[in-house]
Design a protein around this ligand. Structure first.
Ligand SMILES: [Zn+2]
Length: 250
């Protein structure tokens, strides 16, 4: 069943017109990109990392290396557009500085040397200095679980269904998914979104316990329980890519 993978809730980035983007140069040679050989690849593919702007080109095992430059030239306009989006996201994340919104509460990161765990005290979030984000991510995952598990169980109960398992994943490409085995998985990054947006995703996935598809029946069931469905999708489309933890100062 195609909807076991909930591809409609993809991470996307705001339009490049949202601000004066810092230009990221479009690579033209193999030295400027990551080149990966894959025995499974049937054709050349190009990917852009949404946060770093790093470009990765995957080549089938036997393709000549010159295919890298060919792909860069063929996808030049597409690459320029993706890299402009990366610049917009980066600017938004930089502008936020060390303030992180966690389930709607603004917390200020305080970096402390010698600390190994994250500890919240009021509106300060004490994090290990030099943490590459792993300790903070662990803490945020726990917060995501704390909020999303009971909400999911409540929504399922309201729909007369039960959920087998709620898991908090790291999918970069989906906010949530529901499997035929009634397992609902969320991206931990939802804890960085406003609660009403996260709640709308909870309802979306819970409604898949009734309709494991994107039929008209699914959408009308969802809109009946969650009137902010379209608004939340628009919010995620515009801001989803900025739901990341700030990297340690360089
Ligand atoms: Zn869906």
């Amino acid at each position: 069943m195609p909807d076991a993978a909930d591809a409609d809730l993809d991470l996307s980035v705001p339009p490049a017109a949202a601000g004066p983007p810092l230009a990221i140069a479009v690579p033209t040679t193999r030295d400027e990109v990551d080149v990966v050989r894959s025995s499974r690849a049937r054709r050349v593919s190009v990917r852009v990392d949404r946060m770093t702007g790093a470009v990765r080109i995957t080549l089938p095992q036997r393709a000549p290396l010159s295919e890298v430059e060919r792909a860069l030239s063929r996808h030049r306009r597409w690459l320029a557009a993706r890299l402009a989006e990366v610049a917009v996201v980066r600017a938004a994340v930089d502008a936020r500085g060390d303030v992180l919104s966690v389930w709607g509460e603004e917390l200020t990161l305080v970096r402390e040397p010698g600390r190994s765990r994250v500890h919240r005290k009021g509106h300060a979030l004490h994090v290990p200095a030099g943490d590459d984000g792993a300790a903070l991510e662990r803490w945020l995952r726990a917060r995501a679980r704390e909020h999303l598990v009971p909400l999911t169980e409540q929504a399922a109960a309201a729909l007369g269904r039960s959920v087998a398992r709620v898991s908090i994943g790291d999918a970069r490409s989906r906010w949530g998914s529901c499997s035929a085995k009634r397992t609902i998985t969320y991206s931990w990054r939802l804890v960085l979104a406003p609660p009403w947006v996260a709640e709308a995703i909870v309802w979306h996935e819970a409604c898949h316990l009734v309709e494991l598809n994107h039929s008209d029946r699914f959408w009308s069931l969802l809109r009946r329980h969650e009137p902010r469905t379209d608004e939340s999708r628009r919010w995620l489309r515009a801001h989803g890519a900025t739901l990341v933890v700030p990297s340690a100062p360089r």
